[in-house]
Design a protein around this ligand. Structure first.
Ligand code: BG6
Length: 490
């Protein structure tokens, strides 16, 4: 819910200011907000990190990350950035931070509003949150908000523990748990496509939909993140958060209002209706994979166990596909198939909604069967929708052929879709938590995923089983074919 003024005034404190996320996503996003006039001059950014940097070091880093030269606009922008060397376990670091924030609020006429963005190693999340409170940094006359990057725990017990720690210092409505997929333009569009179109919503049930498929593939490998990824794997890295969030948006009931509480409450109901997977059933519903050596864009790439910092006998999955069932009136009997992985054929996220066959088929397609109607929601890199229909084939009286109705929202040159982080930082500054994950969603997602990861952890038999550059192991195709379906690689 929008609660603040249009041009929010705040100090943004970034823990992890020297890190990769800050450089790749946060600085460019804050810069775009500034350039587009979504934040005015009444803001400051305090970069916090262990390294003994100066303000100037931070400003140079920011300039580099926004690929800007030394023009006046860039200098004006970076002059709002301050660096504060920090030891997360030392109370005096927090006291000094408080003094700096008080000063900056006076300089920039900021009404004591503070955003604390934790973009660093998760083991310090709890300590930082608690110390911010105990040292009085969160005691403001304006607002104070905590933005937390993933991973939010490693399983349900660790997520609960972390939540308990941060809740000692912040109330639920002060906590903004980032799931950057919720900031993507086309993920936000799922609700609009569903609830603003009379032609879709009546069909959006088990009476007309045969199955829904979500694919989020990446061509990159584990890169330099193996230390984290080895303890995570694709299930925790992508399914527990991004994919289940998309499932919730696709399956939720229309909210009675478009506000944070109502939308969250409908999403939570979907996650509660997810059929839990018993440990002995995991193999029937989920497939895991690990990439072998292969070719990406014409160049050879190594197998996962040969990547830097990966154990040679690693059991970490780099690919997951699964079949989810939602036990409620609308979705009973409709499988939601999901798949995600590294070193797949391409970088692409899309959703395919496959409609059921018509009751009596008067026409035939190329291979006797007429093609099903499909609605494809392209999340990235293309952003748009495609509807596959059947139309008359030239000449053949009873012959139908598939045609495509395409809408691409980022195809025109003038269109510059905001980055996910840009939208999310702006939302947080405005006090709008709709596109952040509520604790209930996080907890339900972990409890769904935990039985799968526990089963996999107790069964150390994974070895590379899909070629880099492919769409995953054969078992992933079998998961659908045994139900009479196929992945639509379109
Ligand atoms: C992150 C995962 O949450 O999402 C990464 O940790 C993954 O492993 C990334 O690469 C994918 O995000 P996007 O926006 O590039 O699809």
């Amino acid at each position: 819910m929008k609660t603040d003024q249009k041009h929010p005034k705040a100090v943004i404190v970034i823990f992890g200011a020297t890190g990769d996320l800050a450089k790749r996503k946060l600085y460019p996003s804050i810069h775009r907000l500034y350039k587009n006039g979504q934040i005015g001059e009444e803001f400051a950014v305090v970069g916090v990190g262990r390294r003994p940097w100066s303000n100037e070091d931070l400003r140079q880093t920011v300039k580099k990350s926004i690929s800007a030269g030394g023009d006046k606009h860039t200098d004006d922008f970076t002059s709002h950035f301050y660096y504060h060397p920090f030891d997360v376990t030392n109370p005096s670091s927090y006291q000094e931070l408080k003094v700096l924030l008080d000063q900056l609020e006076l300089t920039y006429e900021i009404p004591n509003n503070r955003m604390f963005y934790l973009a660093m190693a998760p083991e310090f999340f709890g300590t930082i949150a608690k110390s911010l409170k105990s040292e009085g940094v969160t005691a403001t006359t304006g607002w104070s908000r905590l933005v937390i990057e993933k991973p939010f725990g490693h399983d349900l017990p660790s997520a609960k523990e972390l939540n308990k720690e941060i809740r000692e210092a912040f109330t639920e409505d002060q906590i903004y748990r980032i799931d950057h997929y919720l900031g993507k333009q086309m993920v936000q569009n799922i609700e609009v496509i569903r609830f603003a179109n009379a032609i879709f919503e009546p069909l959006w049930t088990n009476r007309y939909i045969s199955n829904i498929q979500i694919t989020s593939s990446e061509d990159l490998g584990v890169e330099d993140r193996a230390r984290y990824y080895e303890t995570s794997g694709a299930l925790r890295d992508m399914v527990q958060n991004h994919i289940l969030q998309m499932v919730a948006l696709l399956a939720m009931e229309p909210p009675i209002k478009l506000n944070t509480e109502e939308i969250r409450s409908e999403k939570v109901k979907v996650l509660r209706a997810l059929r839990p997977i018993a440990k002995e059933e995991v193999d029937q519903y989920f497939v895991r994979g690990q990439y072998q050596a292969g070719m990406i864009d014409g160049s050879p790439v190594p197998a996962y166990p040969e990547e830097q910092n990966v154990a040679p006998d690693s059991n970490t999955e780099t690919f997951v596909s699964g079949k989810l069932l939602i036990d409620n009136f609308r979705w009973a009997g409709v499988p939601f198939y999901i798949r995600t992985g590294k070193r797949m054929k391409e970088k692409s996220t899309k959703i395919v909604v496959e409609f059921k066959e018509i009751p009596m088929n008067l026409y035939y397609g190329n291979e006797k069967q007429i093609n099903p109607n499909l609605l494809v929601i392209h999340i990235q890199p293309d952003e748009g929708i495609t509807l596959y229909l059947n139309a008359k084939k030239l000449g053949g009286a009873a012959h139908a052929q598939p045609i495509k109705l395409d809408y691409c929202s980022n195809c025109s040159d003038e269109m510059n879709t905001p980055e996910a982080y840009e939208k999310l930082i702006h939302d947080c500054l405005l006090g709008d938590a709709t596109n952040f994950a509520h604790w209930d969603e996080v907890a339900l997602s972990w409890s769904f995923v935990d039985s799968i990861s526990e089963t996999w952890a107790s069964n150390k038999t994974l070895s590379p089983n899909y070629e880099a550059g492919s769409m995953g192991p054969k078992e992933s195709d079998d998961l659908l074919s045994k139900d009479g379906f196929q992945w639509w690689n379109i």
